[in-house]
Design a protein around this ligand. Structure first.
Ligand SMILES: [Zn+2]
Ligand SMILES: [Zn+2]
Length: 374
């Protein structure tokens, strides 16, 4: 077959079901989404290919066409096959879970049910909230309760705004009013939204008392937000349909939750790795020791080998944060800082001096270092 193999692109077979194709697409789209692969230009290309393949294979007719004639058959219509970013994913069955907003463009929440939307309806506004979590919560994932004041669907009229929807007599159902004005330059015609029906072309005969006809009432809502482990500072989670209710029963907006991660007192985050500085004594560094260090999972022991230099970094495997998009964990990196004693008693001073004599040159590394050159 000439051209591309869309099945190959999605890693599925010719007899894969729609559901299997959808799953394969979702997985790949997450992996190659340009927002998640900012430094990788090949990811964007791959992402486009995945979208193109999904657009064809999710559509029964197109899939059949592809099976018979191959990908070349789609170019004859003169339509570019590259841009499928807006194709209708509802053909996949629509309702995806709350996934990261990175995917918002392609899985956009507003496509569902648009065709059945009445003219007087409007989609509700999106809302935004912020949540602060600790690094410990990042490590294990957490749930947070948000209290949000927003417009919710009026329960008296189920969001319809009342009963008896009829065509607006003022604008004859067009939603706009034309106005012709005679001026020295000729007749100017302007069009403005009809005030009687707010541009919708429809009016409600029996307006609902609970919401005064707009189908929404202000209320306070408690929402539990699931925050996945390994989440990055500044991430934006999308909770579909948790924004404001739509006007007169229109679809709800989405709620975006921005997650801030509080800086930790001692740990520093480097992607999935945790970085920590730990002081050790000159004795521990010289003779070696087993020390206890804090981790996100409680205390753990770390072996310091004899003769450890200051600022050596030890890796504690798997003690970092879980990866957000795959299995496994990062590491904890421990930088040991050898502390030189600041105040010595007479006896201690004597002992160090003795040690110095015993070590000879070794006590002054600069001497042995420069010996190589001079
Ligand atoms: Zn009107
Ligand atoms: Zn109402």
């Amino acid at each position: 077959m000439a051209g591309k193999d869309y099945y190959d692109t999605l890693g599925v077979t010719r007899d894969s079901s729609k559901e299997e194709i959808r799953k394969a697409y979702k997985k790949l789209a997450k992996k190659y989404h340009p927002d998640l692969n900012k430094d990788d230009s090949s990811a964007e290309k791959k992402f486009k290919e995945i979208n193109e393949a999904a657009a064809i294979l999710s559509d029964d007719t197109k899939r059949q066409q592809f099976d018979q004639y191959g990908s070349e058959s789609f170019k004859q219509g003169g339509r570019s096959s590259a841009n499928y970013s807006n194709f209708d994913f509802s053909s996949f069955g629509g309702n995806f879970d709350d996934i990261f907003d990175h995917l918002g463009d392609i899985f956009g929440g507003s496509f569902g049910g648009r065709s059945s939307q009445k003219r007087s309806q409007r989609r509700g506004h999106d809302l935004q909230a912020e949540i602060e979590i600790t690094l410990d919560e990042v490590a294990k994932g957490t749930k947070k309760v948000l209290q949000i004041r927003k417009n919710e669907k009026c329960s008296d009229c189920e969001g319809k705004g009342g009963t008896g929807l009829e065509s607006c007599s003022n604008c004859h159902g067009s939603g706009s009013i034309r106005d012709a004005r005679r001026t020295p330059f000729g007749i100017f015609q302007t069009t403005s939204p009809c005030r009687t029906c707010a541009g919708s072309g429809e009016v409600i005969r029996n307006v609902c008392g609970g919401c005064k006809g707009n189908g929404m009432v202000k209320s306070e809502k408690k929402l539990e937000v699931d925050i996945p482990e390994g989440i990055e500072n500044g991430s934006r989670l999308r909770l579909s349909d948790e924004g404001e209710a739509g006007y007169r029963g229109g679809p709800s907006g989405d709620l975006y939750v921005i997650v801030h991660v509080k800086p930790h007192e001692i740990f520093e985050r480097h992607d999935e790795d945790i970085y920590l500085e730990v002081p050790i004594s000159i004795v521990e560094a010289s003779l070696g020791d087993k020390i206890e260090v804090p981790t996100l999972d409680g205390k753990a022991s770390l072996k310091i080998p004899a003769g450890t230099q200051s600022e050596t970094i030890f890796k504690m495997k798997g003690k970092g944060l879980p990866y957000l998009h795959s299995y496994g964990e990062g590491d904890q990196l421990v930088k040991v800082i050898v502390q030189t004693p600041e105040k010595l008693s007479k006896k201690q001073k004597k002992l160090v001096e003795e040690l110095g004599k015993e070590l000879g040159d070794k006590v002054e590394p600069s001497k042995s270092f420069f010996k190589k050159f001079f």
